[in-house]
Structures are given as C-alpha cells and as structure tokens.
Ligand binder design. Structure first.
Ligand SMILES: [Zn+2]
Ligand SMILES: [Zn+2]
Length: 149
C-alpha cells in the first residue's frame, strides 16, 4: 500500500502490555495507550484505553472517550476534531507531496499544534478534509463512512 501506512505502523513501538494509539488525550494532550493483555477488568472484554501522561482510563470500543476525535466546541464546525500523527507532515514531504504537507502543517498549527514538537496532534475535521481533497489515500477516511447497505 502507501508509504504512509507503512510509516505509521512501524512507528508504533510495541511494549509488553500496551500499544501506542495515534490519539491525543483531551484532558492533558498526552498519548493514548491501549492495553493489549486480555486481563482487563471489563466483563465484556472491551479494550482498555489509558492516557500515558495523566493516567485517565476508560474501557470503550474506541479511544474517542479520552481523545479529541469527534469533539467539538460550541459553534465549531460540524466535524469536530480528529487526532492525527504529526509524522504525516514529514511523510507527505518525503513523498514529494509538498502542497499537501504544508496544508496539513497549517491545519495542525491552526489548532495550536506544532508538528515538530509532538508526535500526535489534532486537526479539525473540515481542515483535514481540505487536505484529503488534495490527496485521496491518507488514513482516517473511515470518519466519513456511510452506513452499510
Ligand atoms: Zn491525559
Ligand atoms: Zn482521537
């Protein structure tokens, strides 16, 4: 598939019991971890997500209870925020997708994120869509998926 996809996967350094998620804690900006061991306290077997920095935790189907995905302030755009690895800026640049890379960097910065200083950032959903419009195959499009037939 794409270099981007490969880059994201290899960036994850596996630890014995946790995996790094490409999501940022809404409370403190820390990185979300997913517990890998099957010994979580949930009877339903849902994965356990915790913040690496502030230790907030939750059992949920997805990390979005802790992270910025889907969150929006009052009067904000319809789409809310999206967590996104800032390494995408560099990956796009390395692929020669200069325009897209710069567009993505602008979107990060408009959310107060300096892609050079953090691994995970946030962009607004419509800002990310503007970058996607320039390039069709970067990850995260499942945000906009339609209901199955
Ligand atoms: Zn946190
Ligand atoms: Zn997220």
């Amino acid at each position: 598939m794409t270099n981007l996809k490969h880059g994201l996967t290899s960036q994850r350094r596996a630890s014995p019991s946790f995996a790094l998620e490409d999501h940022m804690c809404k409370a403190c900006g820390g990185r979300i971890l997913r517990q890998l061991t099957g010994s979580g306290p949930t009877p339903g077997g849902n994965p356990v997500y915790i913040c690496a920095d502030c230790g907030r935790g939750s059992t949920a189907m997805g990390p979005d209870v802790l992270c910025w995905c889907g969150y929006r302030f009052k009067n904000q755009s319809l789409f809310g925020y999206n967590c996104l690895p800032t390494s995408l800026v560099k990956s796009l640049m390395e692929e020669g997708q200069v325009e897209q890379s710069e567009a993505l960097e602008r979107e990060f910065k408009s959310c107060g994120i300096d892609p050079r200083n953090t691994l995970i950032g946030i962009v607004t959903g419509d800002g990310y869509q503007r970058v996607l419009d320039k390039r069709k195959d970067i990850p995260g499009k499942e945000q906009t998926k339609k209901s199955p037939d």
